[in-house]
Each structure stands twice: as C-alpha cells, then as structure tokens.
Design a protein around this ligand. Structure first.
Ligand code: DGL
Length: 360
C-alpha cells in the first residue's frame, strides 16, 4: 500500500474510535442520573486569604458553575447542572430565600428529567433549611443539603468531597423516600434530626441520641435506618401559594429572667413564640405574666428546651393543658420554630398544633 492508502486507513480508524467514544459517552450520560445543584452560598462557596485560613474567610463568593467546575469528578457520577438561588452566608437566611428555594425544588422535581437535587448551603442555618424542606418538598426524589466547614482555599478543605458525595446521594435510588437528607463528613443525616453541634470542626453535624441514617464508604452510600416521622409527600404543608411565613421567634430562658423578651417579641408581632426553657422545658414564674399577655393577643407558645436534646414531656415542667402550651416533642428550639411557622399556615389551635409536633 502507498502512503495515501495508509493515511486514508488511519483517518478511517480515527473516525471509528471517535464515533465509539461519542457513543460510549452518550450511553454513559444516558445511564447517569440527572442531578440539579442549587447554590445558596456558605463556606462551601467561600474563599480564604491563605491555604491555612479556616476562620476569618469570606463565605458565599464562588458561583455555582465554578463550584461544579472545581469538582470535575461530578460529571462521572451524574449529569449535573447548576442554578444560583442566592449567594449568602447562611446566618442571613430569610423566609424569602426559603420560599424561593422550596418552590424551585418542587418545580424541578416535578420534571421527569430531574432525578435528584443537591443544595449547597452555609452550615450555620443548614439544619433549619433542611427541616423546612423536609416539611414542604412534594416529591420522594432525593434532596440533599450539603455544606462545608472549611473554605475550598484551605488545605484539607472538606467541601469538594462533600459536594461529590452529596451528588452521588442525590442520584442514588437508596435515597428515594427518605425525606430531605444532609451530607457532610461521610455521614448521612435526616433533615429533621440533624443539628450543628460544634462551632468549627468538620464533624459538627450530629443527631444526638438518634444518630445518622447512614454513611459513605468510598463512593457508596450505606443506609442503616429510615425516618419514621412524616415528611415531604406525607405532610399537609403547601408553600405554592405563600409569599411569606408567619412570624415565629425564640425566647431563651435563664436564671432571673423576667419575660421581657417575650414582651418584646409580642410587641414585634410574633404569631408564635418557641420558649427555649431550662431543663425539661421549664418556664420561670416571672415569665408567666408576659406569656399570658402574649396568648391574649393570639400568640401560640411552644415549649422546647435550651438543652437541645431529649423529649419535652407534656404537662411535665408546666401545666400545658391549663395554659394551652404545645410541647415540642424532641425538636430543639430552632427546629420547633420551623414546624410552628408552617403549622400556623394551617391553624392557630394549640391542640391541633400539638398533634403536628407528635407527627412531624
Ligand atoms: N457564615 C457561615 C454560613 O454561611 C459559615 C459557616 C459555613 O458555611 O460553614 O453558614
């Protein structure tokens, strides 16, 4: 054969290989789950001055497309695309962002071409957003909230691997029907039970007493239990018609407290107040005048506890029947606030709300 024939043969072979590669890529893409990444901000999108800066960095600066491009491995586990819902440090989370996020999640999950959603989020209020979504998402497809404790610029940053694993989880059939999940530090938590327990360490997210739902081993999510309380499609809460949420605040109890915070919250227009009581949700005698004045203005009082763990016994440290209080079951104050806000979109009857605290 002359040179021309060899060249022609080489071009044909190249074309065949290229075609095979394209077909393989297309086939792979067809088999990968379609995962949407909705970004809200936080440390996972943060930036520090040096690679040893793990405090004093700037949160919420990297846009979602850069987050995705910084972890090219995402494309091996899912067909990913991103949307920027907000770009905030999560201590600044608002009802407006929650409603925008919840409505967008429901809109996307109603699409056949979306198999799961990852939400990147600051860790400060991550547990609140996760529980809010656990109560308002109307799909059993996986929704995984993920954050990081170190900015991507730091040595041993945790965000990239957290995002990679959250994406695997959002595309995993095992995650279907388990409510909104939280994934950091190789651990899979329920959005209802998880809470931030340590100010500055990667193992901060825990579900004290109850524990995680499962863990990652390598790239494999492993579940050991599933949530029992009502969530997502089983809840009565519908945000599709809402443009705001009822105002609910938290009043912390402590020695020598005279109830001035409750007076102030009532004046500010709170429709519900979560009392973060001492011990088993105890209320100080000096607080009762402010509490009863609030109730006269229609404010619903939920008894939770500043200790953060354990069940608030109804009619234990307070006569809930007499005072029409709601006991928060085992929800800490910040979680009880989320449920009370949504409950007040349905009713302000304490008995009906108490039932919700025993169901969700
Ligand atoms: N400002 C905090 C926040 O956005 C940083 C904590 C974090 O995201 O890990 O929640």
């Amino acid at each position: 054969m002359n040179r021309k024939n060899y060249l022609f043969l080489a071009v044909i072979c190249l074309l065949i290989f290229s075609l095979q590669a394209v077909c393989l890529a297309a086939e792979t893409a067809d088999t990968l789950p379609n995962v949407k990444i909705l970004a809200t901000g936080g440390t996972i999108a943060g930036s520090g001055a040096t690679n040893t800066t793990t405090v004093g960095y700037t949160a919420a600066v990297t846009p979602v497309d850069a987050l995705i491009n910084n972890v090219p491995e995402l494309k091996k586990v899912a067909n990913v695309s991103g949307e920027q819902i907000s770009q905030i440090a999560s201590e600044n989370m608002t009802n407006e962002v929650w409603l925008k996020l919840g409505k967008r999640v429901n809109q996307l999950l109603a699409q056949d071409d979306v198999d799961g959603i990852v939400i990147t989020h600051g860790t400060d209020t991550l547990e609140e957003t996760a529980y809010f979504l656990n109560l308002v998402v109307k799909s059993n497809k996986p929704v995984v909230v993920v954050g990081s404790m170190r900015p991507p610029t730091a040595m041993s940053a945790d965000g990239m691997l957290n995002l990679y694993r959250a994406t695997i989880l959002a595309g995993s059939k095992d995650a279907i029907g388990k409510g909104v999940l939280v994934m950091l530090n190789d651990t899979i938590h329920s959005g209802r039970d998880v809470t931030k327990t340590i100010t500055d360490r990667v193992d901060t997210f825990r579900a004290p007493e109850i524990g995680p739902l499962g863990f990652f081993t390598g790239d494999q999510p492993v579940f050991y239990r599933a949530p029992l309380r009502k969530h997502t499609t089983a809840t009565e809460f519908d945000i599709s018609h809402l443009n705001d949420l009822p105002r609910v605040d938290i009043a912390y109890h402590y020695a020598n407290n005279t109830g001035v915070v409750i007076e102030a919250l009532t004046r500010a227009g709170a429709k519900g107040i979560v009392h973060a009581g001492t011990g088993n949700g105890s209320i100080g005698k000096a607080e009762y005048p402010a509490i009863e004045a609030a109730q006269k203005q229609g404010v619903v009082i939920v008894r939770s506890a500043r200790v953060g763990n354990g069940i608030i016994a109804r009619n234990g440290e307070a006569n809930d029947d007499k005072y029409n209080f709601v006991a928060s079951d085992n929800l800490n104050p910040q979680k009880a606030r989320i449920l009370l806000m949504l409950a007040l979109t349905k009713t302000n009857n304490p008995q009906e709300i108490q039932k919700m605290f025993w169901e969700y």
